[in-house]
Write a protein that binds this ligand. Structure first.
Ligand code: 2P0
Length: 321
């Protein structure tokens, strides 16, 4: 049995759209920060006594759709490794509150690491990143710690994440506001497919992400937090504009999301420098530096309750236990 731990990541330049849905090759690159607070621990054991794959998630037998997704991924591992046994998979998400922050990124990164090793493969991190990508695009970034760039590539061989090895912006913090824990009405998988096929702005998104990526990388290189935060916030809003411009249109924000966005702007104008980013759901992540964490957490604790505010910092890459 092999156990692996992977941390989730927050995208600052977002992945939104697949060029190849089967291999999960994106239209654009993306850039993320791996977070210390949220992670998945997964054990895999290939066992000749099993009649089918057994999957447990957070101590419960996986629902049909989750089982299918894990099974499909194990099929890839079996094909690559030549192992043909069924597997027992035990996965636990570690999230401070039941906050809907557990993500497919940490789940498939941990599964890729544990399953490939349990099947006798000895993959390096680049190969692991490619494998994790087959389970969920954002998972390819969770193989690495800190800032990570997913280089979009053009096929299975060259679409993988690479770590951005830098001492800069190390005092960055992400204040996660868990506004709602309910399942999102439109999965990101469906949402991005809708945006690719129906938003008239999609071709512009592909162009603008290229320049956003260049800008944020130069901001990181220059240790320029203001530019870093500004580009992150802009890029997130550009992604959400793709949901509003799809047919049918959809929106991941709710009223509390807007309240939190306004509060971030108010704080910023009052001299507490912070920026927001939002993924395919209503929760808001506030990007700041250590010096402003206290003020920001106090403000949002008053607004949403202290149990809804979690402070994360850069987290590590994949680990085996
Ligand atoms: C990201 N998201 O870059 C973007 C921003 C959500 C918003 O990657 O279909 O679960 O499994 O490849 O990775 C969420 O999408 O999608 C995501 P699939 P995934 O983090």
């Amino acid at each position: 049995m092999v156990t692996a731990v992977a941390h989730t990541n927050i995208a600052l330049i977002k992945y939104w759209g697949k060029r190849d849905a089967n291999l999960i090759i994106p239209y654009t690159g993306s850039l993320s920060l791996t977070l210390d607070q949220f992670y998945t621990e997964t054990s895999v054991n290939f066992d000749q006594n099993l009649d089918r794959d057994e999957v447990s998630i957070d101590d419960q037998s996986a629902a049909n759709n989750s089982w299918q997704r894990v099974h499909d991924f194990l099929e890839i591992v079996r094909e690559k490794s030549g192992a043909h046994l069924n597997a027992k998979v035990v996965s636990r998400n570690h999230v401070p509150t039941a906050a809907g922050l557990a993500s497919s990124a940490s789940a498939f990164a941990a599964l890729a690491a544990a399953a490939s090793k349990a099947a006798g493969m000895n993959l390096n991190n680049q190969e692991l990143s490619r494998l994790a990508r087959r389970g969920s695009g954002s998972a390819c970034r969770s193989i690495f710690g800190g800032f990570v760039e997913w280089q979009r590539g053009t096929d299975d061989a060259d679409s993988y994440a690479v770590p951005i090895d830098t001492p800069h912006l190390s005092d960055i913090r992400v204040v996660a506001l868990t506004i709602e824990k309910h399942q999102k009405p439109i999965s990101s998988r469906r949402g991005m497919a809708l945006s690719v096929t129906t938003s008239p702005y999609y071709p512009t998104w592909v162009k603008v992400v290229e320049s956003d990526l260049q800008s944020i990388k130069s901001a990181i290189n220059q240790d320029d937090f203001t530019r870093f935060g500004t580009i992150s916030e802009l890029n997130a809003m550009r992604m959400h504009a793709l949901t509003l411009s799809s047919d049918p249109d959809f929106l991941y924000f709710n009223g509390s999301t807007l309240d939190a966005m306004n509060e971030v702007k108010r704080l910023r104008h009052s001299g507490i420098e912070c920026y927001y980013t939002i993924d395919a759901g209503p929760n808001v992540k506030v990007i700041c530096q250590t010096k402003n964490v206290k003020e920001i957490t106090t403000t949002f604790s008053k607004l949403f309750g202290p149990d809804k505010v979690i402070v994360a910092q850069p987290g590590p890459g994949i680990k085996y236990l």
